[in-house]
Design a protein around this ligand. Structure first.
Ligand code: PLP
Length: 344
């Protein structure tokens, strides 16, 4: 059986494939701060066309893309509305309050997703001058802390109708949107027509070493260029990295289904294990599960580590496995075998 390390901590741990690296190496580059990197321009045009949105901008991280969107859609002292598990609230170092001076109204959703009625119930009446103005709703698809769960498109449409009616902007944190598109057989254009802005990550399941994009109207992207520079994210000959994104979009989208199928196989092995109390429903490449309360998580993780299998604890007794581009069928068979044979 294989001896190499099997890292299931995240889909961000992948390294560029040989083919991706050689594609990166032949990129034509220029100084992107002057808007003169042809490969960056090519990537931005490719992605905006894919989503049917006016413009796109390349960012070093998904966090910077999300934070730029919040900055565009809000004024200080206003309020954004998002799920209590959302990345923008939990995992962006409090950036919404620091960069944009806004507070976050949290919705108590299910697996990182909420209902349109829940949103309608928390939007502040702008006539009441002592309440913060609700100016932006943020949703995340797939949901990260929610275990790769996908929204129902019809719910996203209902939320859009409420945002339009109440004058809120609507942002999608689509760090893993391509996983949702593949799992639900949806298209980028369906999302492009719904949202005022969308962020996507190239460095998660798509397997690029770095990079995210923000998509929006031409006017918003003009603002985003200034904000990205203000955040220190203006980059020079970054076309080498944009090339990785172009390669990823051309070669690594459809294969996400393989990651999802492998995640489901691991889920079946976990369900059978005497260690495991509960596995959350698996829709994409993220598996969240709980061990029986009387069992020691440390021992479980150590047993896996002895077999060079790494995963992480999410706290509150939850463990997480994420499948990805560098996780092979041979590794899958080994993980299933180790789970099958692990004694209590
Ligand atoms: C990874 C991720 C981001 C962006 O993360 P970066 O590490 O800054 O690129 C944003 N939202 C979600 C849901 C994510 O999983």
């Amino acid at each position: 059986m294989i001896k190499e390390e099997i890292n299931l901590i995240s889909d961000t741990i992948t390294r560029p494939t040989k083919e991706m690296l050689s594609y990166m190496m032949q990129a034509e580059v220029g100084d992107d701060v002057f808007g003169a990197d042809p490969t960056v321009i090519q990537l931005q045009k490719k992605v905006s066309a894919m989503f049917g949105m006016e413009a796109a901008l390349f960012f070093p991280s998904g966090t910077m893309a999300n934070q730029t969107a919040i900055k565009i859609h809000t004024q200080p002292a206003e309020q954004i509305i998002c799920d209590k598990w959302s990345h923008v609230y939990n995992y962006e170092s409090g950036g919404a309050s620091f960069h944009s001076g806004v507070s976050c109204k949290l919705i108590d959703g299910h697996r990182g997703m909420f209902k349109a009625e829940q949103l309608a119930g928390v939007i502040n009446d702008p006539q009441l001058y002592y309440l913060p103005i609700s100016s932006l709703a943020v949703v995340e698809n797939t949901t990260n802390k929610g275990g790769g769960a996908c929204w129902d498109y019809s719910e996203l449409e209902k939320i859009k109708a409420i945002c339009s009616d109440k004058g809120l902007a609507y942002h999608l944190d689509g760090a893993r949107l391509f996983n949702a598109l593949v799992a639900k057989n949806e298209t980028p254009k369906q999302y492009g027509k719904l949202f005022d802005s969308i962020s996507i990550c190239l460095s998660k399941g798509l397997g690029a070493p770095i990079g995210s994009l923000l998509l929006s109207s031409e006017e918003n992207i003009q603002k985003a260029i200034r904000i990205r520079k203000l955040f220190g994210g203006g980059m020079r000959q970054v076309g080498y990295l944009a090339a990785a994104g172009i390669y990823a979009l051309d070669h690594h989208v459809e294969r996400l289904k393989t990651d999802h199928d492998r995640a489901k196989r691991i889920g079946i092995a976990l369900e059978k294990s005497d260690w495991v109390l509960k596995v959350e429903p698996i829709e994409t490449n993220i598996i969240i599960f709980n061990l029986h309360k009387h069992l020691d998580e440390g021992v479980f993780l150590k047993n896996l580590e002895k077999e060079h299998i790494k995963l992480i604890s999410m706290g509150e007794g939850k463990l997480r496995i994420v499948t990805h581009l560098d996780f092979t069928d041979a590794m899958l068979e080994k993980v299933i075998d180790v789970l099958d044979k692990m004694p209590i």
